[in-house]
Ligand binder design. Structure first.
Ligand code: FES
Ligand SMILES: [Fe+2]
Length: 441
C-alpha cells in the first residue's frame, strides 16, 4: 500500500471501508499517522512530584511520562536500551531519582540518560558508549506541555505544536480558564471501557449530532418519559439535567453549530450546547468574578462548547472538564479512557457533577454509552458485508470545501468527519512522500 492507495480511500463525501477494517491500514496508521501527529499523553497533574511517572501509549508505542529532576515532564519510550525490557509496568508510580531495569540493572536518569551499568568494564572498547543504546532510554521526537496537557510527536522532525493545533487550543483554554485559579488537576483514575470497533468510529461520533435522539431514545428517552409522568418536578435533579438534553430535537442540534479547524480538529456547540442549561453551582460564579472580574467571568462561562475533537484521537468537554482518549489497540479494538479534571479554586460540587456525567454517559456501566457501543460494534461487523465498499459522510457537503481554513456551519453537517479524514490522509502520507509508488513499510 502506497501514498496513492491511501489517498484513494478518501473521496470528497465518502471513505473506503478498509480505513476501519483493514489490519494493513491499521499498521500504517501506527507507523505514519500516530508518528507524524501530536498525540495526547497525559496531564502534568498526574505526575506532580519529581520521579512521578505514568505509563501509556502513543499510537501503539509504549511510553513513560515522567517528572524529571529539573521539574519538566519528559516522555520516553518504555524500552530498555539493553534488551528491550519494559522499564515500568505499573500504570503510575514514583521511581525516585532514576529508573532501574529489572533485568540486568542498567539505570537511567529521569530524562532517559544512562546513569550506570553493572560490570561496566565489560563494555570497554565494544563501541557501546558511542552507540544509540549506550546513551540511555530514547525520548520521543518532541513534547509540548500546553496548560498542563502533555502532547508528544514521535517523529524527530515534523509539524510544530502551534501549527498543528492552531485555533483549536481555544477549547483547552476555555476548560482551564473555568478554574478560578487558572489550572485544572486530575481528579482520579479514568474510567476504562473496551470497545470492539475501530478507534475512528468513536472520534467521528463526537461530532455526530444526528444520532442522540435516535440511538439514545431507549435510555435518555425513557428517562425523559418517566420524568414527565412524574410531572417534571423542580428543581431538576442533576441526573435529569445531564440526560434530558440528549433527546433535544434535530433543530436544536442544527442551531448548535459546528466549527472546524485545519488539521482535523473541530467542535460542536458553537452557539450553545446540551451543556448550556445546567443549574448554577452555589459560590462558583462569585469565585470566578473574584479571579477574573465580572465581564471576563461571564465570557468564559457563556462559552458552552459541546465536544471538541483534537485530531487524531481525543475529545474534550470544556464545560464538564472531561477528556476522552480513544486508544487504538487494533483495527477492531479501542480502549477508551475517560478523565474528569478538577477546576482548582472552584466548589467541589462541580467535580461531582462532572464525575456523575462520566459515570452516566462514559462508564462501562453507563446507561447511555452502550447505546453508542452497540452502534460501533454493529458497524464494525456490517462493514464486512460484500457488495458495498464505501461509507457515506456527505451530509451538508457543499462540493468545494477548504479544510485549511476555519469554518462554522449548521450543527448537523458531517464536515468535521470529512475534515478528520482530510487530515488523516495528510498525516498518513506525509512520511510516505519520499518514495511515491513504493510499497510503504
Ligand atoms: S534488559 Fe534492561 S538491563 Fe538488560
Ligand atoms: Fe452517543
Amino acid at each position: 500500500m502506497n501514498a496513492d492507495d491511501i489517498r484513494a480511500m478518501i473521496q470528497p463525501g465518502q471513505v473506503h471501508r478498509d480505513v476501519y477494517i483493514s489490519d494493513a491500514v491499521y499498521r500504517l496508521e501506527m507507523r505514519h499517522l500516530f508518528t507524524n501527529a501530536w498525540v495526547f499523553v497525559g496531564h502534568d497533574s498526574q505526575t506532580p512530584n519529581k520521579g512521578d511517572y505514568i505509563t501509556t501509549q502513543v499510537g501503539d508505542q509504549p511510553v513513560i511520562m515522567v517528572r524529571h529532576s529539573d521539574g519538566e515532564v519528559k516522555v520516553l519510550y518504555n524500552r530498555c536500551p539493553h534488551k528491550g525490557t519494559k522499564i515500568a509496568i505499573d500504570r503510575a508510580g514514583n521511581t525516585g531519582k532514576f529508573f532501574r531495569c529489572p533485568y540486568h540493572a542498567w539505570s537511567f536518569k529521569t530524562d532517559g540518560c544512562l546513569l550506570a551499568i553493572p560490570l561496566k568494564k565489560g563494555y570497554e572498547g565494544t563501541g557501546l558508549s558511542e552507540s544509540q543504546n549506550g546513551k540511555g532510554m530514547q525520548a520521543v521526537g518532541a513534547v509540548h506541555n500546553y496548560r498542563g496537557f502533555v502532547f508528544a510527536r514521535l517523529a524527530e522532525e515534523g509539524i510544530g505544536f502551534d501549527e498543528f493545533f492552531g485555533g483549536s487550543l481555544s477549547s483547552i483554554d476555555n476548560m482551564v480558564d473555568r478554574a478560578p485559579e487558572g489550572r485544572v488537576e486530575i481528579s482520579g483514575p479514568p474510567l476504562r471501557y473496551m470497545h470492539k470497533c475501530n478507534w475512528k468510529m468513536l472520534v467521528e461520533n463526537q461530532t455526530d449530532t444526528c444520532h442522540p435522539m435516535v440511538a439514545h431514545e431507549s435510555s435518555a428517552g425513557t428517562a425523559v418519559k418517566i420524568y414527565e409522568q412524574m410531572g417534571n418536578p423542580e428543581p431538576r435533579p442533576p441526573a435529569m439535567q445531564i440526560i434530558a438534553p440528549f433527546m433535544s430535537p434535530y433543530e436544536f442540534f442544527e442551531d448548535m453549530g459546528i466549527r472546524t479547524w485545519p488539521n482535523g480538529h473541530g467542535h460542536t456547540g458553537v452557539n450553545m450546547s446540551i451543556h448550556s442549561n445546567y443549574d448554577a453551582i452555589p459560590g462558583y460564579f462569585e469565585a470566578m468574578v473574584e479571579s477574573y472580574g465580572e465581564e471576563r467571568a461571564k465570557a468564559i462561562l457563556d462559552e458552552n462548547r459541546h465536544n471538541t475533537v483534537y485530531f487524531p484521537n481525543i475529545m474534550i468537554k470544556a464545560p464538564l472538564t472531561q477528556l476522552r482518549n480513544f486508544i487504538p489497540l487494533g483495527a477492531d479494538r479501542t480502549l477508551v479512557e475517560s478523565y474528569v479534571y478538577r477546576l482548582v479554586g472552584a466548589p467541589e460540587q462541580l467535580t461531582a457533577m462532572s464525575a456523575m456525567y462520566n459515570r452516566m454517559i462514559n462508564a462501562p456501566t453507563s446507561i447511555v454509552g452502550h447505546d453508542d457501543l452497540e452502534m460501533y460494534e454493529r458497524a464494525q461487523e456490517g462493514l464486512h458485508a460484500e457488495g458495498m465498499q464505501w461509507v457515506d459522510i456527505r451530509r451538508l457537503h457543499t462540493g468545494t470545501e477548504d479544510f485549511e481554513t476555519e469554518a462554522v456551519e449548521n450543527g448537523t453537517t458531517e464536515r468535521q468527519m470529512r475534515n478528520q479524514f482530510h487530515a488523516w490522509a495528510k498525516f498518513m502520507t506525509m512520511s510516505m512522500e519520499d518514495a511515491p509508488g513504493v510499497a510503504a513499510q
